[in-house]
Design a binder for this molecule. Structure first.
Ligand SMILES: O=C(O)/C=C/C(=O)CC(=O)CC(=O)O
Ligand SMILES: [Ca+2]
Ligand SMILES: [Mg+2]
Length: 366
């Protein structure tokens, strides 16, 4: 786990020592470097004031942090700290931007009319989620209850994950063009959008996900600054999107991993997403709606073309009809109580090295 947390990365997090106050830190190897002694926006115990300050301040802070790290500061072992939500979440939006995922889900759930919905390649589809239930990695996930169908209320029997990449808004804005993406987005965090498929199937047509996804969304304790990441060209889009969605902006070659009780079950490739994060932000604000500091928008489930590249267990097990065998020999369709899911990720850094995005994990409890 210490791999990929060198000076090319320096993701921000918020930590406490036993009974201490919250402090801002960066991950270095298997530990945390305390930034509170650097003063200014780094001494507030929260990432939000720095995120609100804008790109010039982000660059200056990253330079100051890099110089501090190079000076050989104390590194507090991870086992001695408690990690908290790395930023105060304002609004939370979730997109649906993997074509592979959309096609898989459609074929599995709607075999009579498989395919993309008519608007899918014209706009990045999304829905507004519940920011109050965004929790930090390691928080136990209580199995949600709800309506499973007509006249039936109880604990979900189809508890699932969605492996996603989250983008954290720093500078507020509205009508943000794709070219302004890097002026507004501070960084990237891993997201697990836990989903109760039975609640979802019953509640979501025609208005979309509601209680099936609002009970919990987990994020990594680390926000990797956009500046740390190498970009790659975005993929081709056909039909050409409307002007406000052009140019597509940068894409990122992030490679995710999904572990189910320590068995690696999937490796979703973020580079295969259809809509870019710049297009998602442009669309989100295209009606005049504002975004503010701490807004989190997630990419949507990341699924690649391969069966071993899917970002949900709905896809991995074909809606439970083809269970997967874990390393201990047990078979799984959906999540059982006591199951642990960990989503990890790696990226190419702007310096050309491989860096880690950390991980987001959660254990299911009754
Ligand atoms: O197509 C459907 O019926 C359902 C799709 C999802 O549940 C996916 C979703 O919430 C958005 C995403 O993460 O891609
Ligand atoms: Ca989702
Ligand atoms: Mg969720």
């Amino acid at each position: 786990m210490s791999d990929g947390f060198g000076p090319d990365n320096l993701p921000y997090g918020v930590f406490t020592l036993a009974r201490g106050e919250r402090r801002l830190g960066v991950r270095l190897g298997n530990g945390v470097v305390d930034l509170s002694g650097l003063g200014g926006l780094l001494a507030t115990g929260s990432l939000n004031p720095l995120m609100a300050a804008g790109r010039q301040e982000w660059t200056a802070a990253r330079e100051a942090v890099a110089a501090h790290v190079a000076s050989g500061p104390p590194v507090i072992p991870l086992r001695d700290v408690t990690l908290h939500l790395p930023f105060e979440v304002a609004d939370y939006t979730d997109f649906y931007s993997s074509e592979h995922h959309a096609l898989n889900v459609s074929a599995i759930l709607r075999p009579d009319s498989p395919g993309l919905s008519p608007q899918w390649k014209h706009l990045p589809i999304g829905y507004h989620g519940r920011s109050a239930t965004v929790v930090v990695s390691g928080t136990p996930i209580v199995r949600p209850t709800g309506q499973l169908g007509a006249g039936e209320f109880g604990p979900t029997r189809r508890l699932d994950i969605e492996a996603e990449v989250g983008f954290v808004v720093g500078t507020p804005g509205r009508r943000i063009s794709t070219g302004e993406f890097a002026e507004h987005v501070f960084g990237v965090t891993l997201v697990n959008d836990w989903s109760a498929r039975d609640l979802q199937a019953w509640e979501y047509r025609p208005l979309g996900p509601f209680l099936a996804k609002s009970f919990a969304t987990s994020v990594s304790p680390w926000v990797v600054p956009l500046d740390a990441l190498a970009t790659v060209p975005a993929g081709r889009q056909d039909p050409e999107p409307l002007g406000y969605l052009r140019p597509a902006g940068p894409a990122y070659d992030l490679r995710l991993t999904v572990e189910w009780n320590d068995t690696l079950v999937s490796t979703p490739p973020f580079a295969s997403m259809y809509w870019t994060p710049a297009q998602q932000l442009a669309h989100l604000t295209s009606n005049g709606a504002s975004v503010r500091t701490g807004d989190l928008y997630a990419s949507g489930t990341v699924s690649g073309p391969g069966r071993d590249q899917v970002g949900s267990f709905l896809e991995l097990t074909r809606n439970g009809t083809e269970p997967v065998k874990l390393a201990d020999g047990s078979l799984r369709d959906f999540l059982e109580n006591g199951d642990l899911v960990r989503i990890g990720g790696t990226a190419r850094s702007a310096a050309g090295t491989q860096i880690s995005l950390g991980s987001v994990s959660g254990t299911i409890v009754a």
